[in-house]
Write a protein that binds this ligand. Sequence first.
Ligand code: FAD
Ligand code: 2HG
Ligand code: ZN
Length: 524
Amino acid sequence: MLMMRHFRMRAIKCPRTALPLLYPSSQNANRKKWHHIHSSAVTSYPRCELTSVRYNVDRGKFSQVCQEDIDFFINLLDRHRVVLEESDLEGHNTDWLGMVRGASSVLLKPRNTEEVSAVMNYCNQRTLAVCPQGGNTGLVGGSVPVFDEIIISTSLMNEVENVDKLSGVVTCQSGCVLETLDQHVAEYGLMIPLDLGAKGSCHIGGNVSTNAGGLRVVRYGGLHGSVLGVEAVLASGEVINCMSAMKKDNTGYDLKHLFIGSEGTLGIVTKVAISCPPRPKAVNLAFLGLQTFEDVLHTFREAKAKLGEILSSCEFIDRSSMECVELNLKLRAPIDPHPFYMLIETSGSNSDHDEEKLNMFLEESLGSGQVSDGTVATEPSRMLYIWSIRERIAEALIHEGYTYKYDISLPHKDFYRIVENMKDRLGDSVIRCCGYGHIGDGNLHLNIVSKEFQRDIVNLIEPTVFEWTAEVSGSISAEHGLGFKKRNYMHFSKSSNAIKLMKQMKMLMDPKGILNPYKVLPEM
Ligand code: FAD
Ligand code: 2HG
Ligand code: ZN
């Protein structure tokens, strides 16, 4: 076993935008604390092309913001909660990947549901388009405007209203940062059943609106299961209160599900109620090296069967993804190079029992040759280091250039074939073609990098990757959503009648189409 290196404090800048991005905010290596900062102090950085230009989008028939509108917002929210300065808006107009950029001239920071409602009521009357924004960590171009939509930020809506110790239900405003919320419920012996690399920046409302998946779906399921209640403001300003904190509520259509995963196109999520499981007392993390993808699949099957209820995460990384992290972030794999790696985490209430189970599973896997090397971490600092290797792949990739991201659900038997096919297809035209992701959920992150955005490369990848995914009955968006980037490919995963019904629902709930236009629903 190699000794894990200790975590060091250092600022990490986004290689594309030069904005400070992620940094460990505490020297306490026992806690995962990553913060994503859109600092208004940094004013000059390379700008990507405007989305409307790169993708040749026509502006919808919305009004343009005028002085009278600004006066209304200032009167409602105060001057400091109406952001008008270009330099302060820049980080909110550009997404985390630096791949899409809008040109909004107004960002509003409401503090509560009533203010969101008043803003929406006004915007609806004036036919002003809006773009709801949480932590702006979305990866499909949904979180930033395409043209001049007014950005409605939930950054000041971060109050936790209640934690019910007995039921484990937390009720809070939608702007709570995921990691902060998790630390809050930890005081009650609970955990938020969602964890992802962007936890230090993403908001719980953004998570709900994207139906985020993350690292522990294999154990806790998705947000459609753990979100018990949602409060949302419709385009008209009307408040829809579905804030049940009950595990069971069978009274009519379950409207909250419409807001989970609709990416700000049907309403602005203002509050949520989430069912939190007990925080595990014992956590172990194994980092394994494997020779073939067949071995990865076999090891996953064995982990499910042998670890059973204590399996809390099952992730996979290919050699190229690992190389990218090592090269660009100077993190080191704790074992020698292998074609494939897996992270297998167990969480439970009895460390002796869990360790015994994990050790037996690992001994058998190593003995049979399915796993060729591995290391187990039980110390929080070591686990943190290993997790950072996995969680920071997305960040490592943007050091190398423009990332073409494909977040697809696939049957396990077909899981890695698309990475190999794409490598053959793209050859030397790209810097990197790699795969990693949530193997436990059948969710592959296929990532391709070229120095800069190139239309020719997009044309080599799309629609082939979507056609291939549809042929094997997968989904073209497993967890990131459709946003702006994937909306026109929805038909690869949904029937035309399903898309028609979605459009009718949009028309019913937002007849003027002011909520996050150009997102989710296909243009035609
Ligand atoms: P934003 O990016 O601000 O917005 C995302 C979408 O939701 C936009 O369409 C926006 O309009 C809408 N929205 C935001 N808030 C609201 C609201 N209150 N009401 C209505 N609509 C709203 N995603 C995963 O699923 N799994 C992962 O493992 C994962 N890992 C990531 C790792 C990194 C390093 C990064 C940068 C991103 C990762 N993501 C992952 C993607 C992203 O973090 C998630 O989609 C997250 O849920 C977005 O939350 P946010 O607050 O940043 O939302
Ligand atoms: C992850 O699982 C995120 O790390 C990002 O969902 C995936 O970079 C990606 O493609
Ligand atoms: Zn993911």
